[in-house]
Design a protein around this ligand. Sequence first.
Ligand SMILES: *Cc1c(COP(=O)(O)O)cnc(C)c1O
Length: 387
Amino acid sequence: GALADRLTAGLAQRRQNKLYRQRLTLQSAQGPVVRVGNKEYLNFCSNDYLGLAAHPQVVAAFQRAANCYGVGSGASHLVCGHSAMHQQLEEALAEFTGRPRALLFSSGYMANIGILASLLQRGDHVFEDRLNHASLLDGGLHSGARFRRFGHGDVAGLERKLGAADGVKLVVVDGVFSMDGDTAPLPELAASCARHDAWLMVDDAHGFGVMGSRGAGSTEVAGLGVSEVPVLMATLGKALGTGGAFVAGSELLVESLIQQARTYIYTTALPPALAAASLESLRLLREECWRRDHLANLIQRFRRAAEQLGLPLMPSSSAIQPLLVGDPGKALALSEQLKRGGFLIGAIRPPTVSSGTSRLRITLSAGHSEAQLDRLLEQLDSCWPRA
Ligand SMILES: *Cc1c(COP(=O)(O)O)cnc(C)c1O
C-alpha cells in the first residue's frame, strides 16, 4: 500500500544517509559504567549529571513511597491523582527556585507543549532561539502564535524583531543548549524582554541541579528572579536522575496552567514514588555540593586535555562537551569505534543538529572518576582522525 511504500523508502533513505538510529539495550542501572549485552562500557552519553539516577538513597525513597502510595497514581492531577508526594515536591521546587509556585508535568516534552499552548493564542508572537530543544520549537509551532526564530544567542537580532511586533510577546530559550552545551545570554535577553514588554521563558533542563553555586540553575547564575524570568521550566530526568518536569513561576502562571494546559489536564499524574525519589534527589543535590564541584573539575580537566590533544572542542563550559565532526557517516564511525573500545558516546546527526554539524556528544557526570575521564581522553587521542 501507499503508506507502507513511503515508510519503506523513508527507512532506506535514512540508512543510505547514515542517519538511521538504533537503540542500545542496557542491562544495568544508569551510571558511569553500564552493561550492554555481556560487555561493560564507560558511559559518556547520559544526562545523569550528578550521578543520582541509581543513588541508593534515591532508590530507597522510591521504594518507601511505593510501599506507602503504590505504583500508579491512578488518575490525572485534577481528578484524584495528586498525592501528598506531588504536593511536597512542588513546594520544595518552588522554594528552591525562589518562585511562588511550581507545577509538575509528566515529562519535559509535555510541559513545553502545554505551557506554550496555554500562554499563547493566534495573533501573539513567540520568538525562539534557532537551537532550542525540539519540544520548545514544536510547542511554539503548535501554539498558533506567529513563530519567529532568531539566530543562536543573537540578542540584537531578537531586539529588532521584538521592536517590530506588538501585542503579546514571549521569548523562549534553553538555559544550556542541549546539543552544544553553551548557555543563553540570559541577562541581556531579560533586559531586551523588559524593554519590549515581552515575557521570558527559560527551559533549564541541562542547567537545573548543575549550574549555580546552589545548583538552582542558569537563572541562579544570571541572578534572575520571577520578574525577569516569569516562566522557568526544568526537567527532573537529567541532573535529578528521576523523571518528569516542572514549571515554576507566579501564582497567576501556575493557576492558569492548571486550568488550561491540556498536557497537564488530560494525562495521568507521575507515580507518587517518582515524586518522592525526586524530593530525595533534590535534598542530595542541595546538601552534597561536592557533586557539582567534582563535575566542574572534570569539565575543566577534559577541556584542558582535549585542547592539548587538538580535539575540536565547542565553546561550552557545561557538562555537555561535544566534539564537532561534520559528516554524519564519520561521526557514526567514530562512535562505533569508541564503542568497540568500551566507550558509549552518541553520534548526534541531523535533524537533531543542522546539516554539516554532526558531532560526538560527550557528557560528563559527577559519577565519573578522574581516572575514567583520562581513559576516555586516551581513547579519543588514539582514534581521532587527524589531517
Ligand atoms: C530533555 C529535554 C526536554 C524534555 O524533557 P523530558 O522530560 O525528557 O521529556 C526538554 N527540553 C530540553 C532542553 C531537554 O534537554
